[in-house]
Ligand binder design. Structure first.
Ligand code: ME8
Length: 501
């Protein structure tokens, strides 16, 4: 309901002409948005890193709902359930892989629910429709000659679910996990990745926004220029995966399986209308750890399968915890319940989006979160809302032209949002909150009892709530409800200050 209101407000209160101009610019074909997160390995409960990408996807989804309407946005998340890593994790707990993941999936769904994340589908790679898609594509790619049989001899890190060459290793260990690496020698089917080198380079060149941020795009281009080897896309030494349709003694390489979730998520084979409405994805959000798989393998697989390419891969940075790598074994990990316990859901969401530019690495600390909660959410936003509500409760409002809102840089905010510069979006919104707080100080409505000023403030607060809705939905809905009521009342405190911040 509140979202409906917000949507209405968005069209109605936004500086009229600019909005019309803007909406004319958006072609009909573009009036939808499809955002995805990586599908996470359910070998443990989700932590702050997984929460981060999923919260950002939720923010993007909500922002596009405001622009295009709820029905024109699709947000996909889910879990990556096959492969050696999951098989090993299950074995450790003495469980069968499916039984093991079935117990972890509710933990992911619960975590997203607690964080107020509203996805359209939670895809699991064990879903029947997904398995059907992967098999059909494997057969297609095999039939068109891009898959051939050979033998893989080399290194494999199960933690990364990735192949390595001798020169990638550091002292004989995986460069990421620093753990001992497995040497493989087994029959395998290969995908002709080498054939796609020039096509990929052309793709990056012709679509400079395909990979973001730019410095990561350059890294990918340089590596692709060094040459691409054909990729082993099947395993036959274990069983937990999707069988190749043309050889049931092999299972698909987990990344060949996982990447196709993005098309099966919108019902590639089962619902043509849905698929055509949302595909190609507008953005795949990922962490920088898995950029190579998404920027190189994924478009090559799609080109081979004859499916159009996503518009953008955005690889964000890495969160550390008190300046150290997030690591369960060293106790440097913060799970979703712990994150929420610090200062509530909205403050956690706000902090993660505000503290570091999207794309850069960031450091998480409880102290920094509490500081932002106190100084920005409680002192600036909370105080504005409570002061204005209190004054209106006593004095009422008188309708007038809202001159104050002209200080809100709405076009700039829209551009920043669409450029994934969320920290700057929040900066702009909070600059306007400062303007509103200063306006009260200057005009002293409690002395002169000017209820026109209170009307301007009320309308401005409604606009602020709407723009903040993607970030702090629960608070924004409370504010919207409070300030849309016939009789505005002071109401509860939105953000209680936390001591020792
Ligand atoms: O890679 N900082 O799954 P995964 C920021 N199944 N983001 C982080 C993070 C951190 N410290 N730690 C994790 C996989 N992430 C595959 C994906 S997609 C077809 C298959 C986030 O469970 C970030 O989005 O290892 C990263 O890319 C993802 O979790 C990796 O999740």
């Amino acid at each position: 309901m509140a979202a409906q209101n917000l949507k209405k407000n968005f069209g109605a209160t936004k500086s009229g002409r600019a909005y019309t101009r803007q909406s004319n610019r958006i072609s009909l074909a573009k009036r939808k948005f499809y955002v995805t997160t990586p599908i996470y390995y359910p070998n443990d409960i989700p932590h702050i890193g997984h929460a981060y990408t999923t919260i950002v996807a939720d923010v993007i989804s909500r922002w596009n709902q405001l622009k295009f309407g709820k029905e024109n946005v699709f947000f996909l998340t889910g879990t990556d359930e096959h492969g050696k890593k999951i098989e090993q994790a299950a074995k450790k707990k003495d469980k069968r892989p499916k039984e093991f993941v079935d117990e972890l999936i509710p933990k992911f769904k619960n975590a997203w629910q607690k964080l107020n994340i509203k996805y359209n589908r939670f895809i699991r790679t064990t879903d029947k429709d997904h398995e059907k898609v992967v098999k059909e594509i494997l057969q297609r790619v095999y039939d068109n000659g891009d898959i051939y049989k050979g033998e893989y001899e080399g290194f494999y890190c199960t933690g990364c679910e990735a192949y390595y060459t001798e020169k990638d290793l550091v002292d004989g260990c995986c460069p990421i996990h620093k753990t001992k690496i497995e040497k493989l020698k087994e029959p395998s089917y290969f995908f002709r990745l080498s054939k796609y080198q020039d096509k990929l380079l052309k793709l990056y060149k012709e679509n400079p926004d395909f990979i973001s941020p730019q410095h990561r795009r350059k890294e990918v281009i340089n590596r692709v220029k060094e040459g691409l080897k054909d990729l082993s896309i099947s395993r036959n030494s274990f069983k937990w995966g999707i069988q190749l349709p043309f050889d049931n003694t092999h299972i698909a390489y987990v990344w060949f399986d996982a990447l196709f979730n993005y098309v099966s998520g919108v019902k590639y084979l089962d619902d043509k209308k849905l698929f055509e409405k949302f595909w190609p994805a507008d953005v795949h959000l990922i962490g920088k750890d898995i950029l190579w798989f998404h920027a190189v393998y994924w478009p090559a697989f799609l080109l081979s399968a004859g499916i159009s390419l996503p518009k953008k891969i955005f690889a964000h940075g890495w969160w550390t915890f008190d300046k150290e790598k997030i690591s369960k074994s060293r106790g440097k990990v913060i799970n979703v319940d712990e994150l929420i316990a610090i200062a509530g859901v909205d403050s956690a969401r706000y902090f993660l989006l505000r503290a570091t530019p999207f794309g850069d690495d960031g450091d998480f600390s409880e102290k920094a979160l509490i500081e932002r909660h106190n100084n920005e959410l409680a002192n600036k936003l909370g105080n504005l809302v409570s002061r204005v509500a209190g004054l209106i409760e006593k004095n009422g409002v008188t309708k007038c032209e809202n001159k104050l809102i002209k200080k809100l840089k709405i076009n700039k905010i829209e551009t920043l949002f669409d450029n994934y510069e969320f920290d700057k979006v929040l900066n702009e919104i909070f600059a306007f909150i400062d303007v509103c707080n200063e306006y009260i100080q200057k005009k002293k409505p409690w002395e002169i009892k000017d209820t026109k000023i209170l009307y301007e403030l009320k309308e401005s607060i409604l606009k602020i709530a709407q723009l903040l809705w993607p970030f702090i939905p629960e608070t924004s809905e409370k504010i919207t409800k409070q300030f849309s009521a016939e009789k505005i009342k002071k109401g509860e405190i939105l953000f209680r200050k936390i001591e020792n911040g």
